[in-house]
Design a protein around this ligand. Structure first.
Ligand code: BG6
Ligand code: MG
Length: 216
């Protein structure tokens, strides 16, 4: 019997991947690196600084910037990304998310957010669902990013459960690998690219029956 639900944010609760992509693509242009949609797939679930490192390697420019310059580049991308988020409203919740969270709340099944994004609280506020989460892991407190299971183990701990007592939801392979490594039951949310190793995959949360999932 499962007792808690642990959600990734970007690509599971709302579709912010397109804004991450636009912001990285524009930053890439400024430093002569082509960031296309296919390459962008490799950035899903990956922290801001690690994403920048991957972009620099992709463009063969990994030795061209000091740490301070890299931090300035990441900050510039984030400023642009946050600008793109300004018009986010509850209408931007992905299909089925609101109903699913409400049902969990009614059944007293606590929910947590395990996102690599430092913008998670701001985004959840904009979407009007921040109060539906009993815990939000602060990625700044982590030693390792996804696919390491640390963020999922921490989320379960914050809910007061073991990972085995939780169900994790992810749209990115790195995150899904982290969920499985933590010992949680993994629901993969498909958004184009196939996901490997999920216990179950769906296209949207509307396809899920919460009671059945809690029996897993
Ligand atoms: C993840 C996204 O949720 O958060 C990544 O999938 C992103 O694309 C990462 O890089 C970090 O986000 P932020 O908002 O802290 O730059
Ligand atoms: Mg995601």
């Amino acid at each position: 019997m499962k007792k808690g639900l642990v959600f990734d944010l970007d690509g599971v609760i709302t579709d912010t991947a397109k804004f991450h992509f636009l912001a990285w693509r524009d930053l890439g242009k400024e430093i002569g690196i082509d960031v296309d949609l296919k390459f962008n797939e490799q950035l899903k679930g990956i922290s801001r600084m690690d994403s920048l490192e991957r972009i620099l390697v992709h463009g063969g420019r990994q030795n061209d910037f000091t740490q301070a310059e890299k931090e300035a580049l990441a900050a510039k991308k984030n400023t642009h990304y946050v600008e793109l988020l300004q018009d986010l409203t509850p209408a931007d919740l992905l299909p089925g998310v609101k109903t699913f969270l409400e049902e969990a709340q009614a059944k007293k099944v606590p929910c947590a957010i395990a996102s690599a994004s430092k913008n998670a609280p701001f985004i959840l506020e904009k979407l009007g669902v921040i109060t539906m989460f009993a815990a939000i892991v602060d990625p700044a407190t982590l030693h390792k990013g996804k696919p390491d299971p640390e963020i999922f183990i921490k989320a379960a701990e914050m809910l007061g459960f073991t990972p085995e007592e939780c169900v994790g939801f992810e749209d990115a392979q790195a995150g899904l690998d982290g969920i499985k490594a933590s010992g949680m039951y993994a629901v993969g949310v498909l958004s184009g690219e196939p996901l490997h190793g999920a216990d179950q995959t769906v296209h949207e949360l509307t396809e899920l029956d919460l009671d059945q999932l809690l029996q897993k």
